[in-house]
Ligand binder design. Structure first.
Ligand code: SAH
Length: 340
């Protein structure tokens, strides 16, 4: 049996063709599943009975269960979602004035091992399927009763290392018979996994990327991000330039500011030089601390001094306000603990 939620509408149209039924039934199936949220072929009366009988023999409907829910004092909500086989991932809902952004996970565990992020501490378990990625949104909307407006692939895992499943989930998120979330409202965050950036550029899908840089100095970056040993800042910039040539919109750089590690004047100067290599936006993220690492969050003064240098060098930036720190829902704090 296959999960019907792993199929794009085009895939479902192929299923229709293979059974000799009109392809508009794919559209109806999509509406039942993603709009009316029906997980039972018997309850889809406009789909021919015989076709439904067939579908029942080959497809099932996956569903994500919310195992735990924690609400931060700032309104951020962290959901622990159970996966088959005792694994779990986290999703974080970030309500703002007009937006309700959902931060989704793409892998159970992470193999990239960044030295400031807890998501990789227990290693990599497996890729999430498209149904498990979109299932996070379905479960969150079911729980809260409100529509998610934006998706950020900034939860556990490296989205570009699960490329095909990521693309299928995005096709379903964007489908106008599905969730109908526009591509401007979707952001893929990457640790700088160059083969994935190349693939994304080749697809020309018009999707936004956000690159976790954290240091423009190869020695320092390799120290905290092992991915840099293989894909250093030079290779990364080359890929980003190619990406820009194809897509023609600015790349976002994320820079987690860690007190006393990448927060010096020299670091700010190197960052300023580096980002100018490609049209960009720059997001400074004060490091969120955890019990697992000895790094320290920067003080307000340190942040001020750092951005002052960016300013004098003509680099624009925003500072990300941490959300959900009290419930360990902020960037780098997602670990998907089932117990406790
Ligand atoms: N693997 C992808 C997706 C995860 S996104 C990526 O690396 O981009 C999570 C974001 O939070 C990244 O920008 C990551 O670098 C950042 N982050 C990780 N740990 C952090 C921490 N302790 N404090 C602040 N930001 C952190």
């Amino acid at each position: 049996m296959r999960d019907i939620k792993n199929l794009t509408r085009e895939n479902l149209e192929e299923v229709c063709r293979s059974r000799g039924v009109p392809v508009f039934h794919a559209q109806q199936l999509f509406e039942w599943i993603y709009r009316k949220r029906v997980n039972d072929f018997s309850l889809m009366p406009n789909v021919p009975v015989k076709f439904r009988e067939y579908l029942k023999t080959v497809f099932y409907f996956s569903q994500m269960d919310v195992l735990k829910k924690e609400v931060s004092t700032d309104g951020t909500v962290k959901f622990l979602m159970g996966l088959p086989g005792g694994l779990a991932v986290e999703s974080v809902l970030i309500p703002e004035k007009k937006r309700r952004t959902l931060c989704v996970s793409t892998q159970a565990g992470c193999k990239f091992g960044c030295k400031f992020c807890v998501s990789g501490l227990d290693g990599f378990k497996r890729n999430l399927t498209p149904g498990e990625i979109t299932g996070q949104l379905l479960a969150v909307e079911k729980d809260t009763g409100e529509k998610v407006t934006n998706i950020v692939f900034m939860g556990v895992g490296e989205p570009l290392d699960n490329f095909e499943n990521l693309m299928v989930s995005i096709a379903i998120f964007m489908d106008n018979r599905g969730f109908e979330i526009g591509k401007r409202k979707i952001v893929i965050s990457t640790c700088g996994f160059v083969p994935g950036i190349d693939l994304l550029a080749a697809r020309g899908a018009g999707l936004r990327i956000s690159v976790s840089l954290h240091s423009a100095d190869d020695k320092k970056r390799s120290e905290i991000m092992p991915v840099n040993k293989k894909y250093d800042t030079g290779k990364l910039m080359k890929a980003l330039k190619k990406f820009y040539e194809k897509e023609k919109f600015a790349v976002t750089f994320e820079y987690v500011l860690i007190s006393g590690f990448n927060s010096s004047e020299k670091d700010a100067a190197a960052l300023s030089m580096y980002v100018k290599g490609v049209p960009h936006k720059l997001n400074i993220i004060p490091y969120n601390s955890s019990d697992y690492f000895q790094w320290k969050a920067p003080t307000g003064e340190e942040i001020g001094a750092f951005v002052e240098i960016l300013k004098t060098r003509g680099v624009f930036y925003t500072i990300r306000r941490p959300r959900g720190r009290d419930i360990s829902a902020a960037c780098g704090q997602l670990k998907a603990k089932i117990t406790s």
